[in-house]
Design a protein around this ligand. Sequence first.
Ligand SMILES: Cc1cc2nc3c(=O)[nH]c(=O)nc-3n(C[C@H](O)[C@H](O)[C@H](O)COP(=O)(O)O)c2cc1C
Length: 191
Amino acid sequence: MITIKILTGSVRPGRFNIQPATWIYEIAKKRKEIKVELVDLQEVNLPFLDEPVPPSAKKYTKEHTIRWSKIIEESDGFIFVTPEYNHSYSPVLKNAIDFVWQEWNYKPVAYISYGSAAGGTRAVEHLRTIAAQTKMYDLNEQIALANYWEHLDKNGKYQFTKENDQAANALLDSLIFWAKKMKEARKELNS
Ligand SMILES: Cc1cc2nc3c(=O)[nH]c(=O)nc-3n(C[C@H](O)[C@H](O)[C@H](O)COP(=O)(O)O)c2cc1C
């Protein structure tokens, strides 16, 4: 059994983020072969990085870092749900990534983004460079919701389409395949 964690990339009051994050979580939950968890950075509530030693050394001194390390350690793959802020991803996501390092290594990551005409793709391009540095396996699969506000109903609820659901399942197929392979590979690396 592998574990996939979905990270919310916005903690703003009234954030749109929780809608695509919950949507992919509900679809992923239908997969019997995985354990899936929605990790809401609003609840995790990390301060700005406050460890004296660079995270790659894994010498944590703070309770919140140890807790965060465990959350990331026990996952075999990730979905980052990211907004686009000034053509990049959010500071809360960067801070959460920076807190630990080895825990990300050799695990696949896929993306869901949203924003105006570019659908948050510029944010994801930046995340891909971070994925390389954290030794993650950066998947091609990505869902980008362009001008998302045009697809909200009168209650502010995003109207996901059949095509969106198909793309979500293709993303999950790839993520699960690589999460399994990389879990095996990590065992080899550690032996
Ligand atoms: C600080 C800030 C910068 C933004 N910059 C961009 C941008 O560069 N590109 C874009 O498509 N949308 C941009 N937006 C609009 C966001 O796409 C929109 O506000 C979205 O709802 C933010 O995600 P959130 O509600 O989950 O926080 C920006 C929003 C904020 C708050």
